[in-house]
Design a protein around this ligand. Sequence first.
Ligand SMILES: Cc1ncc(COP(=O)(O)O)c(C=O)c1O
Length: 471
Amino acid sequence: MAKNQGKAPLWEAIRKHIAKRGTGFHTPGHQGGRGIDLEVKDFWGLNVLQSDLTEVPGLDSLDMAQGVIREAQQLAAELHGARGTHFLVNGTSAGIMAMSLAVGGPGKVMVVPRNCHVSVIRGLILSGSKPVFVESEVDKDTGLVLGVALAALEEVLARNSEAEAVLLVHPNYFGVCGPLEEQVGLCHRYGKRVLVDEAHGSHFSFHPGLPVSAMEAGADLCAQSYHKTLSSLTQSSLLHWGERWTDEERIKGAVAMVQSTSPSYLLMASLDLARRQMALYGYELWENTLARAAWLREEINKIKGFRCLSREDVYGSGFAQMDETRLVVTGASLGLSGSQLADMLRESYTINVEMAQGAYIVLIITPGTGEGQSRALLTALAQISLQGQTGRYPLTIGSLPPLPLLRMNPREAWFARHRLVSLGDSIGRVAAQTVAPCPPGIPVLIPGEEISPEIGAYLTGLVDTINIVDG
Ligand SMILES: Cc1ncc(COP(=O)(O)O)c(C=O)c1O
């Protein structure tokens, strides 16, 4: 470990600032908790409120970092093997939009998987880039969506020589990873930049039993939701640029476009501390987490009617590795859909899952997952198994309707004059907005796409009105 990784420069500067017990006439309006609702003060405590600071001398500025924030970002870059790193206080969503602004532009082509997160589409709208979609493979037995197969990627690259960049999702919500190193190598051979949505993979660098990380695979840019699998606060993420990315000003300028000029010091300090925690104890914490996940997988598989997928269950050239800390569980042979199982766990056992889709529920195991919590899950599943459900739910993640035609560029459609019509009246018209059920936040429809009868039928179960482009 590099010698400074044991430090947390931003956190230490905040502690020093609070210890001076100075006073100020600046934001935030609650002024270190003195002006806040008493109930909040009592519940959150003064330390949290005093740490909610603004850019005062000694605490640097995120937009033009030259002091402790810069040091904290450099330590994060060093730990992840990146050329540089920027803190994000608006999640990986902001990082993805910034990547699109940094690489794309009006009319520029970007290759993206159609099953990407909604923030990718928002990035295309902001930058005016034109998407070319590449299909992700689907595993026939489990119904899981895999990564993009190399052959499919090469075919799209060969047909779209003008493309600026390729965006890849690594891993997806189910912990499934495509052959990232080969994908990156292929894109670079075609002279394309590679941007990686690594929202669910911030922990990959910390244990060899986890999949390869985007920076290790040679990506140009990647964004990681530190808050999803590591211990920083919700909304805090990192954007890294790799060795091949030399235009630091461009990426920083793009990040500034999508972030507040009053970034939260609570969020930034939590990033600094989560990075320090990983530098000091990452291997050990993920060693234990992998062991807990393996044990849970084994125990779940012993319960009649339940199955927890492992890497041996998944096949396809769009599949290379699986994040074994993600538990993808099905009670399909008890006749249960993922959402029925999730409802039973929540209503009868107060257990909330990360996501339910098709036949599956997805559970995230992290260093924060406790023994009692794990045993409670096993007890709940064992009791559900005894309840005697019958039937068989199809093993899918719920197939989306066929891809609609892209009639207009997403940005053009978003800015076009549009109006709200009933879903029934929308068929054959062009969508003005994104429709993306959350989670997983994957769009069924994006601005510019024609609303097909199949999409209409699919959405009827979810919504009853929709925004369309006028005329
Ligand atoms: C695949 C994927 N990418 C990006 C995001 C956005 O991340 P964040 O919540 O940090 O903005 C999510 C959020 O769920 C996601 O699942």
